[in-house]
Design a protein around this ligand. Structure first.
Ligand SMILES: [Zn+2]
Length: 482
């Protein structure tokens, strides 16, 4: 069946179609060179180039479903008779799919459009033999693309099975080979994981990273989504691959993945510890209570007892809006209300006193950090002493002696610090109970972390208060040590 030719374009006018893509040809023959070849071809044919169309077809997915807006525009312009010829580098540049070559055949038959290729044979689409040849070339192009995709996918599967990195952008915490640890980022990543476990919000962590000028490896600022993706990578636990969506048993899902050739970010020298930390974190971040917590993102320190303190009636306290004067209140499910400010202040004071009084004794007993900390303090004192001696011209202490002392002390100090870091069990009290001033460390923490610490140390029950306006009576709050 022949279509009526709507409008006959000048056969000596041409459009050039260029496409840059991720396949080998697309990379090798950049847009500029494709255009140069096409223009030379037009010149040889005595055609005038009236339009240049160009699509950027680079996409992350193996099988691109992306629209090609310029390609579509070109087909419409050809139908409108703006040019009589389309020149492309190869049939593969013009067509990605046999369906598209049928459109081109329609264009040739219906509108007389001629197709010319600088690096593929040019065929006459008005003849049956030409169309057969064109369809075969197009099928072959598609086949080649699919072959490459299949090979890439096989290769990727093989790499994953071997515990190797499949490439891409440099992973956070690692150098560009995806294998060697980048110490500064690894430490930041590990610290973030511990703080999340201790009850800090993700927002407070990535917010601080952004403030400190630390970006993703793509150079963009951190946000809730890229941070979460990074911190929950199985890579951090020394595993390769992905955890399926909807996973409930994180440990099992993790153990199904091949072990990585690289060291885990969460504990470079202890795979088991890294996996344990990862599993704990995955459960913590999957906890729906996190996202429904009304205190999320709050910077005010009042109402830190929401869903933590109990009302005398047994219900949990939650935020109960504010009084007419704007003071935040607690309200239980049964509707009992109390002013939040004085209660929070009292609880905080009790927790501070307890922290300062007991200090490191509050840390989980299974972890005996004291001897390591003592030894570390001793070595650091010695290093300081050496520095002081070296700084004193009358001491007669030479640069060589100073260097030798340092060379002896430093590796041991670093080793002990690492040992201490690895002893951490993610308890909310880490870095607080063992701080020089535990109460000050506590008050400097985010509201989420303070809540976790309060919850770890005391139980708070808000007792029945006499009706009417009264000064706050500390006796109406029961604070018991855990
Ligand atoms: Zn109540």
């Amino acid at each position: 069946m022949t279509k009526t030719i709507v409008r006959v374009a000048d056969p000596h006018t041409a459009a050039i179609y260029l496409r840059i893509s991720e396949d080998r040809e697309g990379r090798k023959v950049g847009v500029k060179r494709q255009e140069m070849h096409c223009r030379a071809h037009a010149k040889r044919l005595g055609a005038k180039v009236v339009r240049v169309y160009c699509d950027n077809d680079i996409s992350a997915s193996a099988k691109s479903e992306k629209e090609r807006p310029d390609y579509q525009r070109m087909l419409r312009d050809a139908e409108a008779g703006l040019f009589g010829m389309i020149i492309a580098y190869t049939t593969g540049r013009l067509t990605r799919d046999p369906r598209e070559s049928e459109d081109q055949i329609d264009l040739a038959r219906g509108y007389g459009t001629r197709f010319e290729f600088t690096h593929s044979p040019t065929v006459d689409l008005t003849t049956s033999a030409g169309r057969r040849m064109f369809r075969w070339m197009s099928a072959n192009d598609t086949g080649e693309v699919e072959d490459i995709q299949e090979r890439q996918s096989d290769r990727k599967q093989q790499l994953i099975a071997d515990g190797q990195w499949t490439g891409g952008r440099r992973p956070f915490g690692y150098k560009s080979d995806g294998r060697r640890i980048k110490r500064s980022e690894q430490e930041a990543g590990l610290d973030a994981a511990k703080r999340l476990l201790a009850g800090d919000s993700a927002r407070s962590i990535w917010g601080a990273w952004n403030e400190a000028g630390m970006t993703t490896t793509a150079g963009s600022p951190w946000d809730g989504s890229n941070f979460r993706q990074m911190i929950l990578r199985p890579r951090n636990a020394g595993r390769v691959g992905k955890i399926p969506a909807g996973t409930k048993d994180f440990r099992k899902a993790l153990e199904k993945l091949p072990k990585s050739q690289w060291k885990p970010m969460f504990a470079p020298d202890d795979r088991q510890a890294a996996e344990d930390l990862w599993v704990a974190l995955a459960h913590k971040l999957a906890d729906p209570a996190r996202t429904t917590n009304p205190n999320r993102g709050r910077t005010s320190l009042t109402l830190s007892g929401s869903f933590l303190y109990r009302c005398w009636c047994g219900e949990l306290e939650r935020s109960g809006g504010t009084t007419a004067a704007g003071a935040p209140r607690y309200m239980c499910k049964a509707g009992h209300t109390r002013l939040a400010g004085p209660i929070d202040e009292l609880v905080r004071a009790v927790v501070c006193a307890r922290l300062d009084d007991q200090g490191v004794k509050l840390l989980p007993k299974t972890v005996d950090r004291a001897p390591i900390m003592e030894k570390l303090a001793m070595l650091e004192a010695r290093a300081e002493e050496a520095a002081a001696l070296f700084g004193d011209p009358e001491s007669g202490y030479t640069a060589e002696q100073f260097k030798a002392t340092n060379a002896r002390l430093r590796p041991e100090i670093e080793r002990l610090k690492r040992e201490l870091a690895e002893l951490s069990d993610g308890s909310a009290l880490e870095g607080v109970a063992d701080a020089p001033s535990p109460s000050r460390a506590f008050l400097a923490k985010t509201i989420e972390r303070q809540r976790a610490i309060i919850g770890a140390l005391v139980t708070v029950t808000i007792l029945k208060a006499p009706r009417g306006r009264h000064a706050f009576d500390p006796e109406t709050v029961e604070i018991l040590p855990r």
